[in-house]
Ligand binder design. Structure first.
Ligand code: NDP
Length: 276
């Protein structure tokens, strides 16, 4: 019988995770199944408990469940403790549940390995101060950028988030209005604006000529922010599908101890998108 894994979230019907993990399992010869289950926050604990009681070995948790997963886990990896959010739960041999956060690692791997970008010495603008931003700040700071400026619609949230990570490097936070006159090499969109086809209010000139734009959101078509980057002189303007695949690969490795080859799957997805 195959070993069981799943993703919980709400909504979940459009999740690409079952396809990604099924691909990884076939590629690496792992006997496992991976399903998607719609779980409301108020039913999170009951559903997680039932999943593990009935033999499940690992879970991914996505919006809006990452903070609940953090609270649920008996122990956490250092990067999950830093993020205060968990996207991966693993059943341990002693029956306890380990919580990890693979989002930041997924983003950095996609930027460095797949897009061949350098982060050291770069001026990074991070848009948004929600759960995704929380997971990626520490892994970004590990790459020694010149600075990270967090801009958010609710400026206080950006200021508070920056304060949580200031011990790791140069990071500050505020509102979009404060970006006037500033310029960045890399702009990461970690707002959920793209999900409704909207754009954060960015001043002209905020992206250096030939800079990079990266939208954590992804879709079958380029997002509004990817279009914004291309229209504002970006040499490279891409969405977050690579991050999704890389964070999944890291979770798969945590669960199975085998690292899948992500390049093969990225090229499958890219060729499908190219046909649309
Ligand atoms: P949250 O709901 O936790 O945070 C949303 C953020 O977006 C907040 O900072 C919010 O600002 C801001 N925001 C929402 N609407 C707008 C708008 N119209 N204009 C400007 N700012 C806006 O979401 P997450 O952090 O979990 O997710 C953010 C994005 O990252 C999503 O698109 C998600 O799909 C993507 N993501 C991608 C991953 C991947 O693997 N590629 C992994 C994780 C996330 P405020 O605080 O003012 O409300």
């Amino acid at each position: 019988m195959s070993e069981c894994y799943a993703v919980f979230g709400q909504p979940i019907q459009h999740s690409k995770s079952p396809r990604i993990h099924t691909f990884f399992a076939a590629q690496t010869g792992q006997n496992m199944s991976y399903t998607a289950q719609e779980v409301a926050p108020e039913h999170f604990s009951d559903n997680v408990q039932a999943f593990f009681v009935y033999g499940g070995l690992g879970l991914n948790c996505t919006v809006p469940l990452k903070e609940l997963a953090f609270a649920y886990a008996d122990s956490k990896t250092p990067r999950a403790l830093r993020a205060k959010a968990v996207n991966t739960l693993k059943y341990q041999p002693d029956g306890s549940i380990l919580g990890d956060n693979t989002d930041g690692c997924g983003l950095v791997t996609d930027l460095l390995d797949n897009h061949k970008l350098t982060l050291a010495g770069r001026r990074i603008l991070l848009l948004g101060a929600g759960g995704a931003s929380r997971g990626i700040i520490a892994p970004l700071l590990e790459q020694a950028p010149a600075t990270i400026v967090i801009a958010n619609r609710t400026p206080d949230k950006a200021t508070q988030l920056a304060a949580e990570f200031q011990d790791l490097g140069g990071v500050s936070g505020g509102g979009f209005a404060e970006l006037n006159g500033q310029q960045f090499d890399l702009i990461l969109n970690a707002t959920s604006a793209s999900l409704s086809g909207q754009l954060p209010p960015l001043p002209d000139g905020v992206l250096v000529a030939g800079g990079v734009c990266y939208d954590l959101a992804y879709g079958n078509q380029p997002t509004a922010f990817v279009h914004w980057g291309l229209a504002h002189g970006a040499a490279h303007s891409v969405d977050g599908l690579g991050m999704l695949i890389e964070q999944a690969a890291e979770a798969f490795y945590l669960w199975r101890g085998v690292r899948p080859d992500t390049a093969e799957l990225i090229s499958v997805f890219d060729s499908e998108r190219g046909r649309l």
